[in-house]
Structures are given as C-alpha cells and as structure tokens.
Design a protein. Structure first.
Length: 302
C-alpha cells in the first residue's frame, strides 16, 4: 500500500518549487492533495509555476488533487472556509498540513532588502505569509486532527534562520546580507514549532520544522542567486518532508531539523519525486559530510 493511502494533505505555496514537489510526491504516495495558491489577480507571475501545472503533474502520477485559491496572508481570509472546501472535495478534513509558502516581496533581484531599507509593508507581508498563514491554517485543521487522534503539521524553514556570524574581528559577511525579514520569520517558525508541538502532543499531532541542508533550486531561489542545479536536490527535501508527515507523532515531533541529517538519522531511502524509483547518488550513506550537519538549535535537543 502507498505510504499515504487514505490521507488528505493541504499544502501552501503549491504553485511552484518545494510546495509543488511535495504535493506531487504525496499524491504519488496515495494522498488526496489540496494545493493552495493565490488567484490570478494577486499571485506573482514573473516566476514559472501555477496551480494548474501542479494539478497536471499530479494527474501524471495518477493522483487526486484540487486547487484552492486563497491569500493565506490575508487576516480577513476565512481559513475554515478553506478546510470546508477540502472536506467538500475529499470527504474529510486534512490529516497533513505543509506550510511552504514564502513572501516574495522580501526579495529583490540583487539579494535581500537591507535592514536599514526595510519598509513596514514588506515586514508585515513577510510575517503574515511566512508565519501567520501557516499558523492560522493550522488552527483550522487541528479540530479534525484532534477528532481522529492524529495529524501532522510541517513548517518549511531555512538555514537563513540561524544567526549571522559576528562581524567583530572581520567575521565573514553573507552574500545575502542580513536576511532580516526572511531569516527572522523562519526563526519565528522554528520557535512556533516547538511550542505548538508541546501543546498538541497529547492530541497525537506532530509539529515539525524542516530546512534544507544546502541550497535547493526553485524558481524563486534561482532568481536571487542560487545555482540552477542547486547544492542539494529537491528529492532529498521532499523525502525528509514525507518522513516527518508519516512518522509516529509520539516520537517524531518538535523537530527543528535539516534534511540530510534527518535522512541519515532515519536511514530513509530517497526516492524520485514521483516515488517510482530510488534517486541515484543521494541515499542516506551518500558521501556528503553535510549529513552530519548540526543546525543552530542542536544544543537544545531540536
């Protein structure tokens, strides 16, 4: 039986990149998937990827999916209505929530907006999309998860959440600057993860935060300087996501973790995005020292 047979997954940022890839793999594993993205009038159109493209890719792997158009950053957006749309399509509320959406306005083509040039609009949008959108959706899916006695919530984080090195003594500067909005909101997500995991543990609901170990090529990341081939394949991120959305919530929760160390820890084979075969060259024993990477919160047990 497919790993997610009978499950329903709700995925934000599913028009492109990581969100879209996770959606395709979950559908290939038997989940019925709801892809969330903004409507045509408000979404970013200068990058490749659409909800329709995601639906077509899922159809190719024999999966079942719907597109839900909603601005998850809007404080007036009724997230319960989003869940009701999923229930109407699939007959049950989501078992899995993956929050992959990220605010595009935090970026500019010549790296990140400097701290001293940040405007309130960009700050607010970053927090609303990167943090509140997933938080508010989680509030809407938790009742169904509680009723069933299990559920999985995954926040997509980033290495940018880690503190920047001190410049004292000529410390190295990042080519991406301070990344104050993006990195700050991802650190916010990590802290929310541990708090929510604690509060939802007795309900059987796992809450985890996952960051890449290396740069992953997506339409957005490539536009701000990531090599087109990336430094870590999309397949490893997707596989680690699947592990966190299928593991025992009594054990695999409150993890703020990077992809390669998690896959190595679990000794989990990495498969292609469509799940049909092993992904050559990136198995848990792959000779990459980053599989032993300790993230910035390692000393806290996360």
């Amino acid at each position: 039986m497919a790993e997610l047979e009978g499950r329903v997954a709700l995925i934000t940022g599913a028009s492109r990149g990581i969100g879209q890839a996770i959606a395709v793999r979950m559908a290939a594993e038997g989940a019925r998937v709801a892809l969330i993205g903004r409507d045509e009038a408000t979404r970013r159109t200068d990058l490749s990827g659409t909800l329709e493209e995601g639906l077509a890719l899922i159809d190719e792997v024999g999966g079942e999916a719907i597109a839900v158009r909603a601005d998850i950053a809007g404080t007036e957006t009724d997230k319960s209505a989003v869940v009701e749309e999923v229930v109407a399509a699939f007959g049950r509320s989501p078992d899995i929530l993956v929050h992959s959406a990220a605010a595009p306005r935090e970026f500019r083509m010549d790296w990140h907006i400097p701290f001293a040039e940040t405007e309130a609009e960009w700050f607010v949008r970053g927090v609303l999309v990167n943090v509140w959108g997933g938080w508010d959706l989680a509030k809407a899916v938790i009742p169904g998860m509680r009723e069933r006695g299990e559920g999985w919530i995954l926040f997509v984080s980033s290495q940018q959440a880690a503190p920047r090195p001190s410049p004292v003594g000529g410390g190295p500067a990042s080519p991406m600057g301070g990344s104050c909005i993006y990195g700050g909101t991802k650190a916010f997500i990590d802290r929310v993860c541990s708090g929510a995991a604690m509060e939802l543990y007795e309900d059987g609901i796992a809450v985890n935060s996952l960051a890449p170990t290396g740069a992953i090529a997506t339409p957005l990341s490539v536009s701000v300087g990531v090599p087109p081939e990336g430094t870590e394949p999309m397949e490893t991120f997707v596989e680690a996501s699947l592990a966190l959305c299928t593991g025992d919530p009594a054990v695999l929760t409150s993890r703020i973790v990077n992809t390669l160390p998690l896959l190595h820890e679990l000794q989990r084979p990495v498969r292609t995005i469509d799940g049909s075969a092993l992904f050559e060259g990136w198995q848990p024993d792959h000779d990459d020292e980053r599989r032993f990477h300790r993230n910035y919160l390692a000393a806290t047990g996360h």
